[in-house]
Design a protein around this ligand. Structure first.
Ligand SMILES: Cc1cc2nc3c(=O)[nH]c(=O)nc-3n(C[C@H](O)[C@H](O)[C@H](O)COP(=O)(O)OP(=O)(O)OC[C@H]3O[C@@H](n4cnc5c(N)ncnc54)[C@H](O)[C@@H]3O)c2cc1C
Length: 353
């Protein structure tokens, strides 16, 4: 029996893949409703379509353009070769759980994992025996804590409101230099998810973005949450225990998106459990590590650096890279960027000085 703790995208997709291979799979989820409360913007690159077929049921919008604003008010307008998807996380997570159920996985909702002693888990008030335990239980993974796999884990905060605002329905806005960065992701031309990610003072930075972009906007809902910073030394596998997704810090530190990489990690784990850690570091870890280095360099940016960066990327040869390459896999285009514009190396040097 395989027990998966957490019915987010990573846990549900893993449950689907393993149940399809005829494993006995049980998923335990703390909340009574899958995918609620929402703590996510739900923007996913076209990579999603390579993982699962798209369904209207969970799609809120599709985006084909981005505007990236520098602190001096200049902007870079990018037109994506392939559309990004905006999903409703409650519907998206539920759809993945339905796929898993149809493949044979059993779900236990409103059941919190507390700890395990060896293969005996305490879930709610019950003690349950398992053969394999997977922590897909998000940033504050109790599975990681209970099995001494917490490692050196740090977090940023994502702070987001869904608001009424006039915006372009197919265009996402990124605001550099507000917290780590801010965003406006439209659901349609009058409702958008407006948020920031930051190391500290998330309320202050979100207010700053709202004051700048949509002062006084009517707040429809709030979706804040913690996001783990990728730790390349994170233990992913120990005896019969495995970690995936946010529980394993598998989030891109450039955009702080974790859905695609959590689902990729689920694929790697379902393929070969024994060599999961090694395979995952090779197949998923390289891009997460490069994203972390880029973030560490950007952490040292001044406002002037952001202004310079946006000016450099306004050149057609660089814009084209942004428009055509998948931002989930920076290892596939970082060299193209540096060859096209060697002045970008100046920003890489921030890692050293
Ligand atoms: C404000 C914000 C915006 C974001 N925007 C994006 C975005 O646009 N695109 C993107 O790709 N990523 C985004 N992210 C990150 C993304 O939400 C996560 O990377 C993603 O949800 C990780 O999926 P997961 O399945 O690994 O974990 P989670 O989605 O966190 O799922 C974990 C599940 O485990 C359950 N659980 C936790 N503890 C227990 C327990 N003890 N027992 C039982 N169940 C438990 C939880 O209830 C939850 O359902 C955002 C995050 C935040 C905070």
């Amino acid at each position: 029996m395989i027990s998966i703790i957490g019915a987010g995208p990573s846990g549900n997709y893993l449950a689907y893949l393993l149940a399809k291979k005829n494993h006995t799979v049980h998923v335990y989820e703390d909340h009574k409703v899958i995918g609620a409360p929402i703590q996510c913007t739900g923007i996913i690159t076209p990579e999603l379509e390579k993982i699962i077929p798209l369904k209207k049921s969970f799609l809120t919008n599709k985006i084909n353009q981005a505007k990236i604003y520098s602190p001096n008010g200049n902007s870079l307008h990018v037109r994506f070769a392939k559309e990004d998807f905006i999903v409703n996380r409650t519907k998206f997570d539920s759809h993945l759980a339905d796929m898993a159920r149809k493949a044979g996985a059993e779900y236990h909702l409103g059941k919190r994992f507390h700890e395990n002693q060896g293969k005996k888990m305490k879930i709610g008030e019950e003690f349950i025996q398992t053969d394999i335990l997977v922590g897909a239980d998000g940033p504050f993974s109790r599975v990681a804590k209970s099995n001494n796999m917490w490692c050196d884990r740090k977090f940023v905060t994502g702070n987001q409101f869904t608001v009424e605002v006039d915006c372009e329905a197919k265009l996402v806005e990124f605001w550099l230099g507000i917290g780590l960065f801010g965003w406006l992701v439209p659901e349609n031309e009058s409702v958008a998810r407006v948020g920031i990610v930051s190391y500290d003072q998330p309320d202050l930075y979100l207010q700053k973005l709202i004051d700048k972009r949509c002062p006084g906007a009517k707040i429809l809902s709030k979706e804040p949450g913690a996001i783990p910073i990728y730790n390349p030394k994170q233990t992913l596998q120990k005896d019969f225990v495995y970690l995936i997704g946010d529980a394993a810090t598998q989030v891109k530190a450039t955009s702080y998106g974790g859905i695609v990489h959590g689902m990729k990690a689920a694929e790697v784990l379902s393929r070969d459990m024994k060599h999961y850690q090694k395979n995952c570091r090779r197949e998923v870890g390289k891009d997460l590590y490069l994203s972390l280095l880029i973030r560490k360099a950007m952490d040292r940016f001044s406002e002037k650096n952001y202004n310079e960066l946006v000016a450099l990327f306004s050149q057609e040869k660089l814009k084209q890279v942004l428009e055509t390459k998948s931002r989930d896999y920076p290892t596939k285009f970082i060299l193209d960027l540096l060859v096209a514009e060697p002045r970008l190396l100046k920003f890489g040097k921030k890692l050293l000085f």
